[in-house]
Design a protein. Structure first.
Length: 449
């Protein structure tokens, strides 16, 4: 039986989601979650613990539902446990005292807390939520986006969460200030965070997103780019947090929802680009490039590849930049792309190239694609047809080169399926480039043999 389960596990997705063990007859006996379904299920089957062995011995079938994020997996797991009451999920199943999220709106510095009862006036309650672990996980995600205070009493010392950036501005610090003007500014910022949390928990996400977009544009026009970047990050995290509330029920109705969403993302991106440039009827394979260095040292460039909206790590490549000295992202990008174009036949040809950056980076990439080189002369004409775009971080602008040499910048908003696909590409390219860069830097500190 174990060998049969292992064969089934090998066919599961290596992506976030939930997995379901069933005994003969289809009865659900265990529901679990993981950021990699396949790896978690295999380790579950091979585990030596009594509970894991009991589950494996009793199960005859394993199914899975892939989702878009780890947080969605957590919420979907809770929903399935409530629905099926599996025998081996006793800890979650027996959570008989539901939690509320409460916000003490009647205080000078409102707090965000959890409660088992609705018994206070001038307090907003949200819930009840059957799984307390789910509530706490959601609040942890929420706190990273809109920092808040969870202390019951205001003291004279800043709290631990303040040092971690999770209580900012800290009411303890704000209340101790003698500068009244600064005190008012920080108090207003804190209350703004609370208002945003209330909007989010009330389901008014579109209104909250519109408010943040307005604040970001105002900060950008006022050349307060640090504040604009902070709000941009809040918008990105907000999109991540709010997805699960819309999708959990849909995952239950359509286990293939992730594949459908990925197809929609690719289709929307193609429609957007086709209005401004020539693109393939199918942009199934997309490559994204990013440069990483520290002050021009140990410069690297990553190439990550998504196929049908999902990362294909077998097609990832990384380049150690050798010919560029000092800080020169454009030259580093050119070197990496030049080396990549020598492998169009053996590595394959992308339908689209995405560059992490704006007009300068896109121009550098186009220069490489359109240049003449004896080493790749037989493949250069093939490379000329590969469309290139950029994703500029400031406002998540899609930068599209036009035939006359100018550029078209498009802001679609963070909820656009096309932007979400490009963001995942860009973030993965950034992660891959940084990891290789740090590896090279570590070599510098190790003694040579």
């Amino acid at each position: 039986m174990m060998n049969q389960l292992l064969k089934q596990a090998a066919t599961l997705e290596k992506s976030p989601g939930v997995y379901i063990f069933k005994k003969p007859g289809g009865t659900v006996i265990y529901v679990g979650k993981s950021i990699s379904i396949r790896d978690r299920v295999i380790s579950h089957i091979r585990a030596k613990g009594t509970k894991s062995q009991d589950i494996s011995n009793a199960a005859s079938d394993i199914s899975s539902i892939p989702v878009l994020s780890e947080l969605e997996a957590l919420l979907l797991e809770a929903e399935l446990i409530r629905k099926y009451m599996p025998r081996y999920n006793s800890a979650s199943r027996d959570d008989k005292h539901p939690l509320y999220i409460k916000i003490t709106t009647g205080e000078e510095y409102p707090k965000v807390l959890t409660s088992r009862k609705e018994n206070l006036k001038k307090t907003r309650y949200f819930g009840p939520f059957p799984a307390s672990s789910t509530v706490k996980s959601v609040l942890r995600q929420l706190r990273r986006t809109f920092p808040y205070c969870s202390q019951k009493q205001i003291t004279k010392r800043t709290c631990l969460y303040s040092h971690l950036g999770l209580c900012n501005p800290c009411p303890n610090y704000t209340n101790s200030l003698l500068d009244l003007d600064l005190k008012l500014v920080l108090k207003a910022k804190y209350k703004s965070n609370i208002r945003k949390i209330l909007l989010l928990l009330s389901g008014k996400t579109k209104r909250l997103e519109k408010t943040l977009l307005g604040d970001m544009k105002a900060a950008s026009l006022g050349e307060d780019f640090e504040k604009a970047g902070e709000i941009r990050d809040q918008l990105r995290k907000l999109s991540y947090i709010t997805k699960p509330y819309e999708k959990v029920g849909a995952y239950l109705e359509n286990p293939n929802l992730v594949a459908d969403i990925r197809a929609e993302e690719t289709a929307v991106l193609r429609d957007v680009l086709s209005s401004h440039m020539s693109v393939s009827t199918s942009i199934s394979r997309i490559e994204c490039y990013d440069v990483a260095h520290t002050g021009g040292k140990a410069t690297t460039c990553s190439m990550v590849t998504f196929v049908d909206g999902e990362p294909d790590k077998n097609l990832y490549r990384r380049f150690q930049i050798r010919r560029v000295r000092g800080i020169d992202d454009y030259a580093s990008l050119k070197e990496a792309l030049s080396r990549r174009l020598k492998h169009l036949e053996d590595w394959g040809r992308p339908d689209l190239i995405v560059i992490d950056g704006g007009k300068g980076q896109v121009s550098a990439a186009i220069d490489v694609l359109h240049s003449r080189s004896e080493n790749v002369s037989t493949l250069r004409e093939w490379a000329l047809d590969i469309p290139v775009i950029g994703l500029a971080k400031r406002l998540e602008e899609i930068v599209i080169p036009l035939p006359d040499g100018s550029f078209q910048s498009i802001v679609l908003g963070i909820r656009s399926p096309a932007v979400q696909l490009l963001q995942r590409l860009r973030d993965e390219a950034h992660r891959f480039a940084r990891s290789y860069h740090f590896k090279l830097r570590m070599r510098e500190f190790l003694p040579r043999k």
